[in-house]
Design a protein around this ligand. Structure first.
Ligand code: S3P
Length: 166
């Protein structure tokens, strides 16, 4: 059991999974994503967990998934966009190489269409995305050892920028 090589944090839709897969390939290691771990373990989509059991239940599942993945995974690990809300999860990130993939709201709108299937953006996507980012930006920044802006960059360019920054 050893520490992950790289942990990716940042907002939903920033490309953590796509970039994480590319990074893992280039670093010659495995990619893991805590959202996928939760979906696999629960046998349900994340949106279903939110609807059926509420956000608090999802956050408890996420907290356990983050702790397990940080303990078990030696490779590139992507955390769900809200994982850094939990203080214990943030504390577990200390000592790891943590990359914050950032993007502005216009880029978010372009990339995700501020997709209403994402449970936290269901009512007023653009406004809610802004509010989420205002509440979270400092948490991402504080958790990060490296910040990589993704605006105007392809996933391939972002992956290269991360490698250059590591
Ligand atoms: C969330 C982000 C999502 C997922 C859930 C909640 C958030 O993950 O965990 O919908 O609170 O920002 P991604 O960042 O992988 O989309």
């Amino acid at each position: 059991m050893s520490a992950p090589k790289v942990v990716l944090v940042g907002p939903m839709g920033v490309g953590k999974s796509t970039v994480g897969g590319m990074l893992a390939e280039r670093l010659g290691c495995l990619f893991r994503d805590t959202d996928d771990d939760i979906v696999t373990a629960q046998g349900r989509a994340i949106a279903e967990i939110f609807v059926d059991e509420g956000e608090a239940r999802f956050r408890a599942l996420e907290k356990a998934a983050v702790a397990a993945a940080l303990a078990e995974h030696d490779g590139v690990l992507a955390l769900g966009g809200g994982a850094i809300l939990d203080a214990d999860s943030r504390a577990l990130l200390a000592g790891h190489q943590v990359v914050y993939l950032s993007m502005d709201v216009e880029e978010a709108a372009r990339r995700t269409g501020l997709n209403v299937a994402r449970p936290l953006l269901a009512v007023n996507p653009r406004k809610q995305w802004r509010e989420l980012m205002e509440a979270r930006r400092h948490l991402y920044t504080e958790a990060a050892t490296v910040v990589v802006a993704t605006d105007g960059r392809s996933p391939d360019e972002v992956a290269q920028a991360v490698l250059d920054a590591l």
